[in-house]
Every structure is written in structure tokens, then in C-alpha cells.
Design a protein around this ligand. Sequence first.
Ligand code: SF4
Ligand code: SF4
Length: 252
Amino acid sequence: MDDLLDPSNVPAPDRLGPDDTFRFDCRPDLPCFNRCCRDKMIPLWPLDVIYLKQALGLDSDAFLEQHGRIMPDPTNGWPIISLGLDPENVCPMVTDRGCRVYDHRPTACRLFPLAWAAKVTPQGKQDEFYYRLDAPACLGLQEKRDYTVAEWRQDQALADRQDDNERVETALFPAGRRGVEPPDPRQVQAVVMAAYNVDVFRGFVFKGGFLEKYEIEPGRLEQVRDDDLAALDLGLDWLAQVLHRRPALRPK
Ligand code: SF4
Ligand code: SF4
């Protein structure tokens, strides 16, 4: 995921801002239809896991067991979750008619043929931009339809997802990914549970010692019980607290 996020990997002329244009049109009648859904690492953000597990009618633990791959980020050892491919290296969500979870597809699939890069500058500001992926097999890149980056974000309903993705990134890496210390096994476990495995985190809140340690408003607690996004929200606050000692939760 770091390749997608670290601006230093992208030469300045290739950076795209909101008003920059690119050429792209994806249609089922193109001979490359579905070719993009194989042979690649598809990173999953916490929100992607929530929408996919809901679309498939699975709890988050079963989803991660069946479809998630967890690996350490090669630059810092923190966990990266991706969508597991089948033995032929094809995404298990693809069918002859396209993506079977299209309305719930992950952020990376929505972004394609773009990728997003962002980091927190030493001044604490967010430096973010997009760039076009090198995808020679994608014939849609030779079509004549123009999009601005802003139009593409709207077309692919990316704004909310990216806002939430940024919040996750900031909770996990307040000063950026570069230079962070590698995690210990307990930190890895905490991140995987609270950011990606909302149903297990919910069990930890209601059946573990969580409520003996933290004061949570009753209204928020009720939402956590029924709403995956509310559970993720609480999970991120907990991670900010236990990973970075930021006072995101009120101790009892
Ligand atoms: S989730 Fe859907 S769009 Fe994304 S790679 Fe798989 S089949 Fe393709
Ligand atoms: S045009 Fe590109 S994105 Fe669309 S199906 Fe073909 S390879 Fe995939």
C-alpha cells in the first residue's frame, strides 16, 4: 500500500490534481473486459472490508478468513490487508458479466486507472495527488473520453471513501508512514482487529474488558452494537489511544 501512498515514488510531472484530465472509457464490449481483475495486489482499506463483507453477507472474521490476505508493509512492518486472488491469480469477485460486488467494490478498483498518493508533510499538512497507472493491457486508456480527476472521483463515489481512508491513515500514522518503528505482535493484532475486523472488535468492546477501562456515551455504544461504521469509528479512537497515547477515549 505504501507505493500507492508515498508521493516520493511519483515524479512531479506525473502528478495529477483535481482539474487535470486523463483519457479513459471502460466498457464491457472492449476485448480487455475483466483483464484488469487479475494479477495484481488489491489493497483493502477498513471501509472496503466493511462494504465487501456486508455485500457478501459475511461477518468480518469470515470475510478476512476467506478473502483477506495480511502481509507486513515491506517498508515498516505494519499490516497491509489485500483481497486474496484465486490459484490462477484472478480476483474471486469477477464473473463473465463483470464484478459481482460492483456497487461495493474496493477503493483501489474505483480509482483505477488512477492511484492516489498522500502523506503528511513535516508541517502537518496533507500532500495528496493522483497519478495514472501504467496499464498497457487496458484498452480503455486508448479511448477518447476525457475525465478530470474531480469528475472521476465523483463518477466513482470516491470522496467519502477517501475521507474515511485518510482518517484511518491519520489514526495509524499521525506523522506519516515513513520512518515509523516496526510494530510488535500486539500492535499488529490491535490494528487488524480494530481497523479491519469490526465484528471481532465489537465482541472485544461488549464482552472483553473494554467497558471497564473506558467511559463511552450510551448513545455511541448503541450505535457500535448495530452499525459497522460506528464500530470502526470507535476502533480508530481506541487505536489512536493505545498506539499513540492520544486522548481519544475517556478512561474510567
Ligand atoms: S473487486 Fe471487482 S472490480 Fe475489483 S478486481 Fe475484483 S472483480 Fe475487479
Ligand atoms: S478498459 Fe481497462 S478497466 Fe475496463 S475492463 Fe478493460 S482493462 Fe479493465
